[in-house]
Design a protein around this ligand. Structure first.
Ligand code: FAD
Ligand code: SF4
Length: 507
């Protein structure tokens, strides 16, 4: 008899394992369900993007001759969970087996494993490194370091390689990257795609059903088809890639996207594949249109970081999102959900997140992530926030970035030291501080930048853990050389700031 072929909302490619395993007569199941829309309060643009991309993809499948049983969110018969819809469709078509591609979310993997109809779960081979290959690479290593994993991936893919050697004689050109940026009215902007009728219908549905979630549904300009996603990649490769490396870590109040690609949602949904993206970037470099630091830096993000964090997520298993190595317990401050703040950097990072469901890596890591870590926020709450508010957020990539890289809650699996900084880093890389209520150069006093106070508070409260870390010893030496009265004042003022944060004051 027919089997059900499950295609989830982030598996939108004809190449996905379950579709490749299908036989004539099998029925494709796609389902919009409340359970997936509400397990965390996803940003309205994220929900709209997924639903619209699903509806477009279902049409493509039908046009290619597939039989698709598609459940719309507002259908009366919809059971509103993935397992419920599989049971309903199995009864309808007389199917006794489901073929699925493993979800990138432990909660859903468990739900499928417990489904009363047998589910055959195929590995998701859209990644360049399989879960098994990553586990083999990790086996026996004391520390997992992205840089070494990345070199293997360069060799394996042959990207930017000259025989056995990396192009340009170096694996990594980051010393040419990480510059501050200047406001530039003529800097190219990422393309926006006007909503078609399908997207408009989805937007109305999302506004009605998820209108209370943090974030604006409109203006909505994300690509919702493979064709549009390819156009977005093309624009990036032509216009922004040449300056990608230079501007990678910069932040500007008036320019939320700088030279970033904004393609993570398309990669994560399956509209673009990692290898095609890297081949395109490599070709731009080969044609002499972009510098080596830009092309190498970009390819490293995809075949290095993206694959590395996915491997860690798979290796660490379902308990990972509950890790809390530093024992942080503070509730997530209201500023993360749009509460008033006098900190310009936080206001800009959260504000653009609310408006666009997007912030680039350094905003996530060194502004909102840095603040949460310094303030000692419960990493589970931080994780839930990142998983909710970004258009590209799926557990397999969000959790290792948040729990691991940003909050050090895994105790050092993803990163060898915590990503923390005082206000000086933000000042160097952005134009935020100039308009801030706080003064980035002041170390103490009513107007002292909160990052300056909290930075030392963090280091001192975790001194036992970090003092022996050779990459952090210098910071402790700096602290120890400060005058004792000054040290006491910094810690006292940091305590005062945290107490006012807990009291819900506008800070
Ligand atoms: P660009 O800066 O243009 O980079 C190009 C591509 O490289 C991205 O599209 C992405 O696919 C990949 N990439 C870059 N850095 C990473 C990384 N650290 N991990 C995985 N892929 C990377 N990325 C997500 O896709 N989903 C998330 O939920 C997510 N959550 C994050 C949470 C925190 C706390 C932090 C610090 C980072 C997170 N990232 C996440 C990684 C990164 O911030 C985004 O991939 C990036 O900002 C996406 O925007 P872009 O396409 O413009 O990226
Ligand atoms: Fe952020 Fe401090 Fe700069 Fe204000 S002064 S923008 S709080 S880093």
């Amino acid at each position: 008899g027919p089997r059900l072929i499950l295609v989830l909302g982030d598996q939108l490619t004809a190449d996905v394992a379950a579709l490749r395993a299908a036989r004539p007569g099998d029925v494709v199941v796609m389902a919009e369900v409340m359970a997936e829309g509400t397990y965390v309060p996803h940003h309205p643009q994220k929900i709209a993007l997924i639903l619209s991309a699903m509806r477009h993809f279902a049409e493509d499948l039908r046009a290619a001759g597939w039989q698709v049983a598609y459940s719309r969110l507002d259908e009366a018969e919809n059971t509103q969970s993935i397992a419920g819809e599989l049971i309903r469709r199995a009864a309808e078509v007389g199917a006794r087996e489901v073929i699925a591609t493993a979800p990138g979310d432990w909660r859903l993997r468990a739900a499928l494993a417990e489904c009363p109809i047998p589910v055959r779960m195929l590995p998701d081979d859209r990644f360049l490194c399989s879960e098994a290959e990553f586990a083999a690479w990790a086996e026996g290593r004391k520390q997992l370091r992205m840089e070494f994993f990345y070199r293997e991936m360069r060799r394996r893919t042959g990207l930017m390689m000259e025989g056995e050697k990396p192009a340009g004689g170096q694996w990594n050109f980051d010393h040419d990257n990480r510059k501050p940026a200047k406001a530039d009215l003529f800097r190219p902007r990422p393309p926006r795609f006007a909503p078609d009728a399908v997207t408009e219908e989805v937007l109305a549905l999302v506004e009605a059903r998820f209108g209370t979630h943090f974030g604006a549904a409109r203006p909505f300009g994300w690509a919702v088809t493979r064709g549009e996603a390819l156009a977005a990649l093309d624009c990036f490769a032509r216009a922004s890639l040449p300056t990608f490396g230079d501007e990678q870590d910069a932040m500007l109040a008036g320019d939320p996207t700088l030279s970033h690609a904004l393609i993570s949602p398309y990669l994560n949904l399956g509209l673009l594949s990692p290898m095609e993206v890297c081949r395109r970037v490599e070709a731009e470099w080969q044609a002499g249109r972009v510098p080596i630091n830009a092309a190498e830096g970009f390819i490293r993000q995809i075949i290095g970081w993206r694959e590395f964090v996915r491997g860690i997520w798979a290796l660490e298993g379902p308990g990972y999102t509950g890790r809390n190595a530093l024992g942080h317990k503070r509730a997530l401050p209201a500023v993360y959900w749009g509460g008033a703040t006098r900190m310009a950097c936080m206001g800009h990072a959260v504000g653009q997140t609310r408006d666009m469901a997007y912030a680039h890596h350094i905003q996530r890591l060194m502004v909102t992530g840095n603040f949460a870590l310094l303030a000692g926020v419960d990493p589970a709450e931080v994780h839930e926030w990142y998983l909710s508010v970004y258009v590209d957020a799926f557990e397999w990539v969000e959790a290792p970035n948040t729990i691991g890289m940003s909050q050090f809650a895994d105790g050092g699996v993803v990163g060898s030291k915590p990503y923390v900084s005082s206000g000086a880093y933000i000042d160097r890389m952005s134009d935020y501080c100039g308009t801030c209520h706080y003064r980035v150069k002041e170390k103490t006093g009513a107007r002292a930048c909160p990052f300056n106070l909290l930075y030392w508070h963090f280091l001192i409260r975790h001194r036992d853990r970090f003092a022996a870390n050779p990459r952090m010893a210098q910071m402790y030496r700096t602290w120890d050389r400060m005058e004792e009265g000054h040290r006491a004042r910094v810690l006292r003022e940091a305590e005062g700031f945290l107490a006012r944060l807990d009291a819900g004051e506008t800070l």
